[in-house]
Design a protein around this ligand. Structure first.
Ligand SMILES: [Zn+2]
Length: 325
């Protein structure tokens, strides 16, 4: 293996994916470990580091470790907060802990920001200098690349898209507010709309499936096959998100919007609806050249995105070095 190898750790609520990634964005090794529900953050982190310890012991030389996690991560301290899925990691100094262990650069950031950096370096964002990455899955996340660089804002929290209010006093959100985009447009919300209809008795087109197996992928399949209730559930989600994105396009005059997360795999059907509703509210001058495209990194986006944090940092340092010289 060459010298330009990075570790990417993609932390999720139930599992974490850990991989070795080279500077071409290729995954060389990959392992999945469970996210412990322990209250002690060291135990949770030690579990994630088992594969890293193994690679380190085999003398694999990596340049740094990037970590993507759901929640807000302070860009100076690396401290995570507002992470409902893994409360044990809130306020834990795990970045310093990992740095001490391997004596290597370690960076952590929000998972959607990691996805934006990953797409910028290796995926659908390679040719764009100004884009918004939107991840649509259990929740809705966002990451911004502006002027060819990741935009983090004052403390590192920028891009938080999922909790923008789209309906005053609207549906309850997991964050405690009412009317955020998440309960209107996440994959979870699409499935919930179908389940609610089945419970009330007016949706019968899912009678042939076990209710546990209803997921967003199935709703998309049924919609594409012409099921009116499934079309309605997706249309409603796309209308809320597309219009919100239209407002953001007006604010930032973006070159592109990249749609990632589980929903990206559904392809043109969804993207076309997002385009339609975005164009409905944004100025024509802002949308006529705007590209709305699916993410490219899909399944491995989390690991590659996390590893890209270190690559991006190196790139920044080299640019700085060059400009000083
Ligand atoms: Zn919310």
């Amino acid at each position: 293996m060459g010298d330009n190898i990075f570790v990417g750790i993609d932390i999720g609520g139930t599992t974490a994916k850990i991989g070795l990634v080279n500077d071409k964005g290729k995954i060389l090794e990959k392992e999945v470990v469970h996210t412990l529900s322990s209250r002690d953050w060291r135990e949770i982190i030690d579990e994630f580091l088992k594969p890293v310890d193994k690679w380190f012991g085999k003398n694999v030389k990596f340049k740094g470790i990037g970590i993507g996690a759901p929640g807000f991560i302070n860009k100076k301290s690396g401290i995570l907060f507002n992470c409902e899925n893994i409360p044990g990691l809130i306020n834990a100094p795990f970045v310093d802990y990992i740095k001490d262990r391997y004596k290597l650069p370690v960076m952590a950031d929000n998972d959607a920001t990691c996805a934006a950096i990953g797409e910028h370096i290796f995926g659908a964002g390679k040719d764009f200098t100004d884009f918004l990455m939107v991840t649509v899955g259990t929740g809705i996340g966002g990451g911004l690349i502006l002027n060819d660089k990741v935009y983090r804002g004052m403390d590192g929290y920028a891009g938080e898209l999922g909790h923008i209010i789209v309906v005053a006093e609207g549906r309850e959100c997991t964050c405690g507010n009412k009317g955020c985009i998440e309960p209107y447009a996440s994959a979870t919300s699409i499935v919930k709309r179908i389940r609610d209809g089945i419970k009330k008795g007016y949706i019968k087109s899912y009678n042939d499936v076990d209710s546990k197996s209803i997921d967003a992928k199935l709703v998309f399949e049924k919609a594409i096959a012409g099921d009116l209730h499934s079309i309605d559930a997706i249309e409603s989600a796309a209308r809320y998100l597309g219009r919100l994105l239209g407002g953001i396009v007006n604010l930032l005059n973006l070159q592109a919007i990249i749609i990632g997360g589980g929903i990206a795999a559904s392809g043109d059907y969804y993207i076309e609806k997002i385009k339609f509703y975005c164009s409905q509210v944004a100025w024509y001058s802002f949308t006529k050249d705007l590209k709305i495209v699916p993410a490219k990194l899909l399944n491995d986006a989390g690991i590659i995105g996390a590893a890209s944090l270190i690559l991006e940092e190196e790139k920044e340092k080299n640019i700085l070095k060059r400009s000083v010289l």
